[in-house]
Design a binder for this molecule. Structure first.
Ligand code: P6P
Length: 341
């Protein structure tokens, strides 16, 4: 019996045998997304040599952010890779205002794929790790499967979620609802190999991740929570904390999956109606699914992330996720503040 790690393909086939609800069309979808991530990894790794850095010159995306060349390239790679398989009805992306139906020349399935094709793209030009985030839903009967409405399902309905981090190693992290598993790209054979099974996040932590420069814009409960973290062992938390902020959600979440922590992008009064910076459908929900499957927790600061009922495809949401006990503590600060006012 070989002690070489199994490939993603073997893992998915074994998962299909073990979990009949994980059908062949879902397996195909994940294989195709993984292949697209390999192609994105190649483009990302070219850096300055590939003419792929800098702004795309396409103006701002639907988020009002300048599109990077690699944002556009990554989005196209994912759309083209997923067009012909017959497993999807449509794709939704951070980079597209509306969902894109599978072209009429191909058969359509009833799966829906959502993705942030290249999250953290502000880090591209400074050579910091970035990543692709994806989420899989099934179109609901009676709803036009290529409409934005078809995608508006709570995160608890996700069939699968994952991310691929383009760092010193290219690593795909995946859940299909039965634990969280990591696959590292073996560039010599071009396959993702299983390198971590059943990843679990430590319930407690001494490390938090937030952009502190926004502190004056946070609501009082968030300011109170972070002030107590900064007070350290002499404060009400009774222990010192460390801080990390990579400004690349995939990288910050991957660290938390690896050693624990809490990641926060809170509500910010500069844009109160947007409720924060991160997007529910293709950033917060897939990461929340992964984190919960790894024994962690994910909330909006007041409610479980996976139970949020979406109202629009690109809606934003405050995000608190990571080590279960710390997320529950941060959430308690918000709920207790609400109760006292
Ligand atoms: P800020 C990247 O643009 C992103 O969407 C996430 O990956 C990251 O966590 C966050 O924004 C960083 O935001 O305001 O610190 O630049």
């Amino acid at each position: 019996m070989s002690n070489k790690p199994i490939t993603l393909t073997q893992f998915l086939i074994e998962q299909q045998r073990a979990h009949p609800e994980f059908g062949a069309e879902q397996r195909l979808l994940i294989e195709v997304v993984a292949r697209a991530c390999k192609m994105i990894a190649i483009q990302v790794s070219k850096g300055a040599l590939g003419g792929v850095l800098g702004d795309a010159g396409t103006g701002d995306n639907v988020q009002g952010e300048a599109q990077k060349k690699l944002d556009v390239i990554s989005n196209e790679i994912l759309l083209q890779a997923n067009a012909w398989g017959g497993h999807l009805a449509a794709c939704a992306s951070e980079e597209m205002a509306d969902p894109q139906p599978i072209p009429d020349v191909y058969p359509r399935g009833d799966l829906l794929l959502l993705f942030d094709p290249l999250d953290g793209s502000s880090n591209i030009d400074v050579n910091v790790s970035i990543g692709t985030i994806f989420s899989v839903l099934r179109a609901k009967p009676g709803v036009d499967p290529v409409s934005a409405e078809a995608f508006l399902q709570p995160g608890s309905e996700q069939l699968a979620a994952g991310y691929c981090i383009y760092g010193p190693s290219c690593t795909l992290v995946l859940t299909i609802g039965h634990g969280v598993h990591a696959f590292t790209l073996d560039r010599e054979i071009g396959s993702f190999l299983l390198t971590r099974s059943d990843i679990t996040i430590p319930e407690d932590t001494r490390e938090f991740a937030v952009n502190m420069s926004n502190q004056r814009f946070w609501e009082p409960a968030m300011q109170h929570y972070v002030a107590d973290l900064l007070a350290g062992r002499d404060g009400p938390r009774g222990k010192d904390f460390n801080m990390r902020w990579i400004a690349s959600m995939v990288s910050d979440v991957h660290r938390i999956l690896t050693r624990g922590g809490i990641f926060i992008y809170p509500w910010d009064r500069r844009e109160p109606d947007k409720a924060g910076k991160l997007r529910l459908m293709y950033e917060a929900n897939p990461m929340a699914f992964i984190v919960e499957q790894a024994g962690g927790a994910a909330t909006t600061g007041r409610a479980r992330m996976l139970e949020v009922t979406p109202t629009s495809l690109h809606q934003r949401v405050p995000v608190f996720l990571g080590s279960r006990n710390e997320v529950e503590t941060a959430t308690r600060y918000h709920l207790e503040h609400d109760a006292a006012t």
